[in-house]
Design a protein around this ligand. Structure first.
Ligand code: NDP
Ligand code: 2IT
Length: 446
């Protein structure tokens, strides 16, 4: 058995019942096979792959909090500090009932390579809890966040581990988390990113993942197809932070967003979705996407999140969650003539689906490259916090655009060297791995 296959088998055996983690590891190891096999003995002697698939540290803790009825509730919480070879652990916190250790490990593993691709000195980590913010009062969310941070604060720090948002964690949650960190530690610093603009946040961080996704997509379309967003029909799954700002930027670049969704269903309008309405509905009212159709007579509501992939479009931007596109969805998209599928969410396509896009010469933007604009701008927030200075929206946005175009250039170069310009999956995994593996080897036993 080859070294790559041995390590994959070890991961499956040592991490039972963590299918998303297995999937993320398999994808990366398959891409790396060509690099590893060219120098197998050296990598094996250094146990480099065993080290890279094993988190440096995993924290599991309980979060007790009191609900509005006076009842004590308990949630499970996690922070996986996966790899610090190139900088402090960096990655979001996810609050969703589906969260478990395997999901946090898949996200933390992806983050290592994504953060490497940004070119900034940030390592990989991820955290979260099975707490469900949906339907909770602001006071309940605050009580949870304060209790969560009471434990987490002893493990993080501006130079150690810097969490941020992910599903279920936006400006409100980061505010409560940061406030509690400060009360306990008596420090104002860049320990969290995605902070509010009144207390050290960066302009353009909220927009960054969605904007970055579109900068990446537009560049990839230009290089691989001599095309752009202009006059393209775009579908965007999800209607959260990433989806909303991806939809705005796609529109600004000349596309027409005809469908969006949440976990219950899809809104569809051939004339284009009213994005200001969606933003207000989701960001301010925290409502459901179904409410959109009552006030937009030309739109339709389709039950079930999956139905979005049936809609004919030129560009698909999955921005909801992992494994939202399976092989059948991929086949349907290709059959309907899609020219680009770029991932705002983390691992939204199954491995089979990703390969199908590449085989069919679809412009494919793998998550760890295409959605790196969020964490890259978090890196820019850390930089501004360290300098005790703030940049303008335009300055941050220009840096973000430069970073995304640079990521595409690096990914494309490796894909080209590997003999298939469309194999951005291999391109992203190999380009991300190169820097991390070199940093690990240069620092001895980490
Ligand atoms: P939000 O919580 O703001 O929005 C999540 C959206 O996805 C909602 O519309 C939600 O619908 C939908 N969704 C969540 N879970 C599911 C599910 N199981 N099935 C179907 N739909 C679902 O999160 P974000 O926009 O921040 O994150 C979206 C994706 O982008 C995630 O994969 C995240 O990891 C990734 N990402 C986020 C970054 C960031 O900076 N925030 C950076 C890079 C990647 P509903 O309201 O019904 O739950
Ligand atoms: O998946 C991701 O890259 C994020 N949720 C953002 C992480 C960050 O630290 O900004």
């Amino acid at each position: 058995m080859s070294y790559v296959d041995e390590v994959y088998q070890m991961v499956v055996e040592k991490n039972p019942a963590q299918p998303e983690f297995h999937q993320a590891v398999k994808e990366v190891l398959e891409s790396l096979r060509v690099v590893i096999e060219a120098n197998e003995e050296k990598y094996k002697k250094d146990a480099l792959l065993e080290r890279i698939v094993t988190p440096e540290r995993q924290l599991l803790f309980r979060v007790p909090w009191v609900d509005d009825k006076g009842q004590v509730q308990v949630n499970n919480a996690y922070r996986v500090q996966f790899n610090s070879a190139i900088g402090p652990y960096k990655g979001g916190l996810r609050l969703h009932p589906s969260v478990n250790l395997g999901i946090i490990k898949f996200l933390g593993f992806e983050q290592i390579f994504k953060n490497s691709l940004t070119g900034l000195p940030i390592g990989g980590g991820k955290g979260g809890s099975d707490f469900d913010p949906k339907g909770k009062s602001d006071r309940e969310v605050m009580a949870f966040c304060q209790s969560f941070m009471t434990e987490l604060q002893r493990h993080i720090g501006a130079d150690t581990d810097v969490p941020a948002g992910d599903i279920g964690v936006g400006g409100r949650e980061i505010g409560y988390l940061y406030g509690q960190y400060k009360r306990i530690r008596n420090e104002s610093c860049g320990v969290l990113t995605g902070k509010g603009l009144t207390y050290g946040g960066s302009l353009a961080r909220k927009e960054a993942t969605g904007y970055g996704l579109c900068y990446f997509t537009n560049k990839a379309l230009e290089v691989l197809k001599g095309d752009s967003f202009k006059n393209k029909k775009v579908i965007v799954s999800g209607s959260g932070n990433v989806a909303i700002y991806a939809a705005y930027k796609a529109t600004e670049l000349g596309g027409l967003v005809i469908a969006m969704s949440d976990s219950n269903g899809v809104i569809y309008d051939e004339n284009g979705i009213d994005l200001d309405y969606v933003r207000e509905l989701k960001e301010v009212r925290r409502g459901r996407i179904k409410e959109y159709v009552a006030e937009h007579k030309s739109s339709k509501y389709l039950e079930g999140a999956k139905s979005i992939w049936q809609i004919k479009c030129d560009i698909a931007l999955p921005c909801a969650t992992q494994n939202e596109i399976d092989i059948n969805d991929a086949k349907q998209l290709v059959k309907n003539g899609v020219i680009a599928v770029c991932e705002g969410a983390n691992m939204p396509s199954s491995l089979e689906a990703s390969k199908y896009f590449i085989e069919n010469k679809v412009v494919y933007g793998p998550a760890k490259a295409a959605n790196a604009g969020g964490v890259a701008t978090s890196g820019l927030e850390m930089c501004q916090n360290s300098m005790r200075l703030g940049w303008t929206f335009e300055e941050v946005d220009n840096k973000l655009k430069g970073i995304m175009e640079n990521i595409f250039a690096n990914v494309y170069q490796v894909a080209h060297e590997c003999g298939n310009d469309f194999d951005t999956l291999k391109g992203a995994n190999i380009a991300g791995f190169k820097k991390v593996s070199q940093a690990m080897l240069e620092q001895g036993l980490i």
